[in-house]
Design a protein around this ligand. Structure first.
Ligand code: PEP
Ligand code: MG
Length: 325
């Protein structure tokens, strides 16, 4: 069995009844990129670009950012790479940026809100992404880069972020890239039907979406219990996002930690998610479970999960997969 699984590692993940799920990876640094293909990942579903900002003594130059992006692109020929613009703030402060004390940093100026406060920094990052895209297109004739904005809570934030990106693109005469948003604030899921008309894709940030939906600090050891990612309230927000995306021909991924647990991966696929983004080491297990189950049965089970009364009840349902074959 192990040999058969190893041989399949680089094959796509398709359920028994033919539903194709893209399994991609979360990475933070150029050094992480080679592990993606080695583990059978089909690209990068989340590049956390904060690493470049957190590890420097000052803002990384555009040239440094381009160098980092090119190193990653080179490891992923012909594969998608979703670059998330810097998600600074909350649990990710940056020493060299003027960041006034906030009583509730997770509810404060983080993600795209911080980008709007420092628009030149935001534009320099977008410049680095678009110039990398232009280079890749010139080198290979194709480009797998996508841009994703973190912490979008309102339509106006999407409009502002996407129009800044478009102005930078035009300035550099760079290729058009798909532009998407993280769905990690409950309001974004609740208005996903409107957002889906404009964005090219959604990626559900279940770490933050769980924290904001349940009002539970994701870093508090007394609260960050795995079961909460099974909360029916969270599942309903995910379902709402998927329905909105499907109605508009857009795709939805999940890049929070929950996607990496094969049991929850079954639940997410049943809710209609198209892509799962996990650490490279988790790719084989997630692909294997997808190959062993039927999408039609996953869908029916996910509908039952949505009506459960508790996280624990949902969790209990997904301990066993015999009913999914
Ligand atoms: C998330 O919130 O689920 C996510 C993937 O982003 P981060 O963990 O970087 O906040
Ligand atoms: Mg997040």
């Amino acid at each position: 069995i192990q040999q058969a699984q190893a041989a399949q590692q680089h094959e796509p993940a398709t359920t028994l009844d033919g539903r194709r799920i893209e399994v991609v990876c979360n990475i933070a640094k150029p050094q992480d990129a080679s592990a993606i293909v080695a583990h059978g990942g089909e690209g990068a579903g989340l590049l956390r670009t904060e690493f470049l900002f957190e590890s420097s003594e000052q803002e990384p130059t555009v040239e440094q950012q381009i160098e980092a992006f090119k190193a990653i692109v080179a490891e992923l020929p012909g594969k998608p790479l979703v670059v998330r613009t810097a998600d600074i703030g909350g649990d990710k402060p940056v020493s060299w940026l003027d960041m006034p004390h906030e009583d509730n940093p997770f509810l404060g100026v983080r993600g795209v809100r911080l980008s709007f406060k420092h628009p030149d920094m935001f534009k320099r990052q977008l410049e680095a992404i678009y110039r990398t895209a232009k280079w890749q297109k010139e080198q290979t004739g194709a480009c797998g880069l996508h841009i994703m904005f973190p912490m979008i809570a309102k339509m106006s934030e999407w409009q502002r972020a996407s129009s800044i990106a478009e102005s930078v693109r035009q300035q550099w005469n760079a290729p058009v890239l798909p532009l998407g948003i993280m769905v990690e604030v409950p309001s974004a899921a609740l208005v996903a039907d409107n957002l889906a008309k404009y964005v090219d894709f959604f990626s559900i940030g279940s770490n933050d979406l769980t924290q904001y939906t349940l009002a539970m600090d994701r870093l508090n050891p007394e609260l960050c219990h795995a079961a909460d990612s099974y909360h029916p309230g969270l599942l309903r927000l995910i379902e709402m996002t998927v329905k909105a995306a499907d109605a508009n021909g857009k795709w939805v991924g999940v890049c929070g930690n929950m996607a990496a647990d094969p049991n929850i991966a079954c639940l997410l696929v049943g809710l209609g998610v198209h892509e799962l983004s996990v650490s490279p080491a988790n790719v084989p297990a997630v692909k294997n479970i997808i190959r062993s189950v039927s999408f039609t049965k996953l869908q029916a089970k996910a509908q039952r999960a949505l009506s459960m009364c508790s996280s624990e009840a949902v969790m209990a349902m997904y301990q066993n997969h015999d009913d999914l074959i």
